[in-house]
Design a protein around this ligand. Structure first.
Ligand SMILES: [Zn+2]
Length: 345
């Protein structure tokens, strides 16, 4: 089994006192070296996404706007949440192109699966707007690349970042060739982005191809595992994906400063192992994990390390932070309602 490793930390896309800054990945390489996993990975060089690749997802006007703001010396988009530095346009293209490079390596048979560690993240970026620290939607661009260049008919996008993947949902909302499943904390008016309720299920041809799992705070390892086993897995099986792309955010960890879910590093690793089994069962193990959020540095670093172990097929988990110290919120009722809504019997 071979695993692609794409690394583009975008050091010049950063802002002081902003949670999504270049320091997020500062401990990553030393930690991966310490645990000796790098030699087992297949390094894949990120490449700058072409305008054609970006335009499969984003409007030409929006791509121009990001370029112009960067060329003017930087600024902010999305009412100030999402910053642009002079280098951000190029680096966001590199992040998208890095995700594409992993798809290419997989489709060429050079690797079976992969992890894509790029910035800025992507899942809040819609076709025509930035959002939530995201400029270009890396995962959506990779899914479209797989469809356009390799003719894949069904791509499954799973988003376990603690925030709803509103950009990805928006892009594929009327599309039945990309199934979008998002498991996220949901609290309209005070938790970003405020959409992702269970009755958002897609429209037109896409009706039934969006699965939202909105959660109250403090759902933990047991609840997340149940959700993936009893809800996401049967929906994925029915969809029969040829490729699974994961929007991997590590901000559902109980110590994350921006959110209030209760996953531990062990729980994250168990979910990742489940997704690996799902990929083995459904699409010859073709699965890519693409970094989104995660703002507690130890949780992010070890979350990535554990994901790499899972991708390599090694049942090894490192959890220096331990479990959430308070009881977790039970998801039995939520799960029952969602299974009814999505016709799982
Ligand atoms: Zn997030």
């Amino acid at each position: 089994m071979s695993t692609a490793f794409v690394y583009a930390p975008a050091l010049a896309h950063t802002r002081r006192n902003h949670p999504e800054n270049h320091q997020r990945l500062a401990q990553l390489l030393p930690t991966l070296e310490q645990f000796g996993v790098l030699p087992a990975l297949t390094a894949v060089n990120p490449q700058t996404a072409t305008l054609e690749q970006l335009a499969r997802v984003h409007t030409a006007e929006y791509i121009d706007k990001v370029r112009e703001v960067a060329h003017r010396g930087g600024g902010v988009l999305d009412h100030g949440d999402t910053y642009v530095t002079p280098e951000s346009y190029q680096l966001a293209r590199l992040a998208a192109g890095g995700t594409i490079a992993a798809v290419d390596a997989m489709m060429a048979g050079a690797v079976q699966n992969g992890i894509v560690l790029v910035r800025p993240p992507g899942h809040h970026a819609e076709a025509d707007r930035a959002g939530g620290f995201c400029l270009f939607n890396n995962v959506a661009i990779a899914a479209r690349h797989a469809q356009t260049v390799y003719g894949l008919k069904r791509v499954l996008v799973i988003d376990f970042d603690v925030h709803h993947g509103n950009g990805t949902q928006h892009i594929f909302y009327e599309d039945n060739t990309v199934f979008f499943a998002s498991v996220h904390m949901f609290a309209p008016y005070y938790f970003y982005p405020g959409i992702g309720s269970s009755h958002e299920m897609g429209e037109g041809n896409g009706h039934g191809y969006t699965l939202n799992v909105p959660l109250p705070p403090h759902v933990g390892d047991t609840g997340y595992t149940q959700i993936f086993q009893e809800l996401v897995w049967p929906k994925a099986t029915a969809f029969r994906p040829e490729l699974i792309v994961v929007s991997a955010g590590f901000d559902a960890h109980w110590q994350d400063p921006l959110a209030a879910e209760g996953l531990s590093l062990t729980g994250y690793a168990r979910v990742t192992q489940l997704l690996m089994q799902m990929a083995q069962d459904l699409c010859n193990g073709r699965i890519l994990f693409v970094l989104e959020g995660g703002y507690q540095q130890t949780a992010l670093t070890y979350g990535i390390l554990n994901t790499i172990y899972a991708l390599l097929g090694r049942d090894e988990i490192h959890d220096p932070l331990g479990p959430m110290p308070t009881p977790e919120h039970d998801v039995t009722d939520i799960l029952r309602q969602l299974r009814q809504r999505h016709l799982i019997y």
